[in-house]
Design a protein around this ligand. Structure first.
Ligand SMILES: Cc1cc2nc3c(=O)[nH]c(=O)nc-3n(C[C@H](O)[C@H](O)[C@H](O)COP(=O)(O)OP(=O)(O)OC[C@H]3O[C@@H](n4cnc5c(N)ncnc54)[C@H](O)[C@@H]3O)c2cc1C
Length: 680
């Protein structure tokens, strides 16, 4: 494992930090659940003016000459936006790339679902946007829990992404005059979101996929469809390969390379119900974590405010209604609980509470997601939710387009949001042009992920992590339209410039297929598959997953308490024990077997879930997507504790899911002043 703890956080902190002196140690709610390791430092970001750090790093990172690139091989796991853009760019540069994904085509990656748009600091609207403003909005939106250097780089690179995608032919929406159009997303007061109707992810993915396919045709990228990574191979402390299962034939294979890049997406499906694709999972990251990669801020989960509400126990998936709808849709609930079961069209204006516009007049319906979600929950908890009763409460609020249709005309609304309206109407049977949509928050995105340094390298040398799979640049809350930006920034621009510094040490000694580390990793996968198949218990994999999801949502969802989190940890431990005793995995290992695939993923979720709860328990503050009931302002807003928690919590595998080791990376703010966030 790389010694990232060598430079103490104190010595790495440049002057000008806004973090206060530490006061008396805060009460540690998680004492006994973890041990404390050495602090860590990300020493890769150059010092100096923030707008020159990335240029400096590009220059400092060593080069690999084109002839030598052909001798170096890179495994990329995942071909969503992050992985496909990385594979295409690394292939184009001349490296030998092997790209793995579990779908039948890269075009089916979860990235295809992204609807609303992608941010970039182009200032096309001339409304005061700039790289610095995008940087500032993102640091503030993330509730001051992200790294300044990374976020600045993201803002800087954002404009290049749009140019790259336009050159590829991505059909971004255009204004009447032919210029690229923009719309607004939450947490900002400018319009910087580029979009392709409600299908931005799909169009961007087609661009990245085509760029990758060009390299497939050129022979630099070899795709491995329907291959699931089930283990990382580490030789002499370096990432040198992966073990996969061919999901069609069941064959367990080893693949070796000089470096490994994980672009395997987020882990929101630990909650069972989420807006993520059904196959999204944590397995690739978790296997790497167990081999020594730190997992950072696992408890930071984004709960998106505009999803179609849960309709019953039968459901296995939730559907997002894009945040872009909040540009024109107005969110409200009835002022009086007794009006909640009325037809909304019969409730007059004066009896409606447009609560976001009332509480946050500056940002109104475009407050960040964490705030909009929490307020929707508050309204429902007050008994003013709408729609059918779920348990003892109505869990829904209105998203109303009546005013927009009157102002813009139905055809203009249809042109902007038509496919989203159609989707809503197909799922709910209601016509949103006539009746307000009903929405409720749902799990959507995970800000946590594998810890990476400024070079996007994990704590295992040679293992790089990009896209939603890393703990990324979003702090405790991601602003809308920033995930696509980060995934493509990582894949097209950042990783290709940083991985070469590592590869410049090559050529690396060849790893023999029968090296002990390779044989052992492969045997571990085979044993695990056999173990899952042989339990032959009485409960389905889905029933375990659903129960885990209930626990996570109840205790580690929109609001968390110390008592609830301790309960969750105990229940997850018991559930995990029961899983390995009583799960029933159907079929055999030598063919297509979805029950087996799911079982492996749920087994990893059962370990991750505990770490998420321990992380949430130890962080006795509220920040972004992590709301601790014990830490709130008198008016119920999230209350951060910068004196004690202005750090990244990076967890090391301690040999057992219940024995994690915490390493803290202090966050230093030199260019943005840390303040209590206000969108009022
Ligand atoms: C409904 C929805 C709408 C969204 N809309 C927006 C939006 O408008 N704007 C925005 O910025 N963000 C949006 N997001 C978030 C954004 O789409 C994702 O964060 C982003 O697409 C993730 O990209 P990725 O490349 O990191 O991962 P993914 O697209 O999730 O790709 C993961 C890849 O890894 C592969 N993989 C995973 N595990 C394994 C394994 N073990 N072995 C082999 N392969 C593996 C998969 O096959 C896949 O190719 C939205 C998310 C959702 C759910």
């Amino acid at each position: 494992m790389r010694d990232v703890t060598a430079v103490s956080s104190a010595s790495s902190a440049p002057a000008g930090t806004a973090v206060e002196e530490k006061e008396a140690p805060v009460q540690d709610d998680a004492a006994g659940y973890y041990t404390l390791g050495d602090p860590i430092s990300d020493a890769k970001a150059p010092r100096g003016p923030i707008d020159q750090r990335w240029t400096q790093r590009i220059f400092d990172a060593r080069l690999v000459n084109p002839a030598n690139r052909r001798k170096l091989s890179i495994i990329v796991v995942g071909t969503g936006l992050a992985g496909a853009s990385a594979a295409a760019t690394l292939g184009e540069a001349g490296y030998r790339v092997q790209a793995f994904f579990y779908q039948d085509s890269p075009r089916r990656a979860h990235s295809i679902a992204a609807q609303g748009g992608i941010n970039a600091a182009k200032n096309y609207k001339g409304d005061g946007d700039s790289i610095h403003r995008l940087f500032y909005d993102t640091v503030k939106g993330g509730d001051y829990r992200s790294r300044e250097s990374n976020v600045y780089r993201l803002a800087e690179v954002s404009a290049n992404i749009i140019d790259q995608c336009v050159a590829q032919g991505v059909p971004f929406a255009r204004e009447y005059g032919g210029l690229l159009d923009n719309r607004s997303f939450g947490g900002v007061q400018v319009s910087r979101t580029f979009y392709a109707r409600g299908q931005t992810g799909q169009q961007l993915l087609i661009g990245a996929y085509q760029a990758m396919e060009r390299q497939v045709a050129a022979g630099t990228v070899t795709p491995y469809a329907r291959h699931e990574m089930l283990e990382l191979i580490v030789v002499d402390g370096k990432a040198r390969g992966i073990v996969t299962r061919d999901m069609v034939s069941g064959a367990i294979e080893t693949h070796l390379a000089d470096a490994v890049v994980l672009a395997s997406g987020g882990y929101g499906n630990v909650f069972f119900l989420s807006t993520n694709a059904m196959g999204s999972n944590v397995t690739a990251s978790w296997r790497a974590h167990r081999k020594g990669a730190f997992f950072a801020n696992p408890c930071y989960t984004q709960i998106h405010p505009t999803c179609i509400p849960v309709s019953g126990e039968h459901q296995s998936k939730l559907t997002l209604m894009s945040e872009s709808l909040r540009n024109d849709g107005r969110i409200w609930v009835p002022k009086r609980a007794e009006d909640c079961d009325k037809d909304p069209r019969d409730i007059p204006e004066e009896d409606r509470d447009y609560y976001l516009e009332r509480i946050y007049p500056s940002f109104g319906n475009l407050v960040p997601r964490d705030i909009a979600s929490r307020q929707a929950k508050n309204m429902c908890d007050e008994g003013r939710g709408v729609g059918p009763m779920v348990g003892d409460k109505r869990r829904g609020v209105y998203l109303d387009f009546a005013e927009a249709i009157q102002r813009l005309g139905r055809s203009a609304v249809e042109a902007k949001y038509g496919n989203l309206f159609d989707m809503y109407s197909r799922i709910t049977g209601e016509d949103p042009y006539q009746v307000p949509m009903r929405i409720y928050p749902a799990v959507h995105y995970t800000m946590g992920g594998l810890w990476v340094d400024y070079d996007l390298q994990s704590t295992i040398p040679g293992l790089f992590v990009i896209g939603e799979a890393n703990f990324s640049d979003h702090g405790a809350n991601r602003l809308g339209a920033s995930a696509l930006m980060q995934g493509l920034a990582d894949g097209y621009f950042v990783l290709p410039n940083t991985i070469r510094d590592y590869l410049a040490d090559g050529p690396f000694p060849a790893v023999a297929p029968d090296a002990p580390e390779v044989v052992e990793a492969r045997a571990d996968v085979e044993d695990r598959v056999q173990r899952l198949l042989s339990i032959n218990g009485s409960r389905t994999v889905d029933s375990f997953h659903r129960e885990l999801g209930h626990i996570m949502w109840e205790y580690c969802g929109m609001e968390r308490t110390a008592e609830g989190l301790r309960t969750a940890i105990e229940r997850i431990r018991a559930l995990r024990e029961e899983f390995w005793r009583d799960v029933r995995v159907l079929g055999t290992g030598d063919s297509l077997n979805q029950s087996l695939e799911k079982a492996g993923r749920v087994a990893d979720f059962l370990e991750l879930g505990e770490l998420m709860c321990i992380d949430a328990l130890h962080r006795r503050e509220s920040c972004g997507g992590h709301f601790r009931a014990e830490s709130q302002t008198p008016d119920g807003e999230a209350l951060r504790d910068d004196a004690n928690f202005a750090y990244v919590g990076a967890w090391e595998w301690g040999g057992d899911p219940s024995a994690p080791v915490l390493h803290k990376e202090d966050l230093v703010y030199e260019f943005v002043e840390m303040k209590q966030r206000s969108y009022k």
